[in-house]
Design a protein around this ligand. Structure first.
Ligand SMILES: C[S@@+](CC[C@H](N)C(=O)[O-])C[C@H]1O[C@@H](n2cnc3c(N)ncnc32)[C@H](O)[C@@H]1O
Length: 233
């Protein structure tokens, strides 16, 4: 599917060009973090504003959406946030290995049908990519409204060598810190839906068993489960 692009998106992106980059680079002496699928950018611009000593990158594959996030960063005159118009698939090529302190996955698309399972951002092929770019003590932070995606993700993280912590099924009613909300989070919370949350850290030295290694382009039917408990949105 081609990414949507409105007529005025290109000039708007050009006006924010100082916020766009094609590569993630280590900022000397600063910890850095990425959000994958930043949407309109409420979360990442708030986070970057609140932590001026850290550096943030936001990855988003839809230009019409990314431009709104970049405009928010520009309006706040942030100097510690840049955006990549890119697909999460390409992260290992865009990012130094072993460098990222944290990856935020906020309200990722659930892809509830079995045939879309491998596009879920917590499918094991993505978990392998994240393992390559995370620093040794790096952490993945995940929030979702979608119970099916959450349960799938818990199983996928456990099976592919991550330890889990701060796992809660109602973030806003829990003691776990929720630094900033996202656009989707505000929408689901207003509807009274609970927000699911986890953190995951790669287990050092983990090697998947030979027969479980993901093989590119092959069908892995056992893991391509349908998220039938939740409707597509
Ligand atoms: C459901 S929206 C959530 C947006 C935002 N994180 C929030 O919580 O409000 C998911 C976003 O992830 C982006 N996305 C989905 N798959 C992606 C991928 N493989 N690489 C980069 N962005 C992706 C979509 O374009 C969309 O903007």
């Amino acid at each position: 599917m081609r990414a949507r692009k409105k007529k005025n998106t290109i000039p708007r992106l050009e006006r924010c060009s100082e916020y766009l980059t094609e590569q993630i680079v280590s900022e000397t002496g600063r910890d850095f973090y990425i959000e994958i699928g930043c949407g309109k950018g409420k979360f990442i611009t708030s986070l970057a504003e609140s932590r001026p000593d850290d550096f943030f990158y936001a990855v988003e594959k839809v230009p019409d959406v990314l431009v709104m996030a970049a405009e928010k960063a520009k309006a706040k005159e942030l100097t510690n946030l840049k955006f990549l118009l890119a697909d999460a698939d390409d992260l290992p090529e865009l990012c130094p290995a072993g460098s990222i302190r944290g990856i935020y996955l906020n309200f990722s698309d659930p892809w509830p049908k079995k045939k879309g399972a491998r596009k879920r951002l917590t499918y094991h092929t993505y978990l392998e990519k994240y393992r390559k770019i995370l620093a040794p003590d790096g952490v993945i932070f995940m929030k979702t409204d979608n119970q099916g995606l959450f349960d799938f993700s818990l199983a996928e993280f456990r099976r592919y060598g991550y330890e889990l912590f701060d796992v809660v099924r109602d973030l806003h009613a829990s003691d776990v810190e929720n630094c900033f909300t996202t656009e989707y989070e505000d929408r689901f919370t207003a509807l009274g839906q609970p927000i699911f949350h986890l953190k995951a850290r790669p287990v050092p030295g983990y090697e998947p068993p030979e027969d479980e290694r993901p093989v590119a382009g092959t069908e892995d039917s056992e893991r391509n489960i349908e998220l039938d408990s939740v409707p597509e949105r």
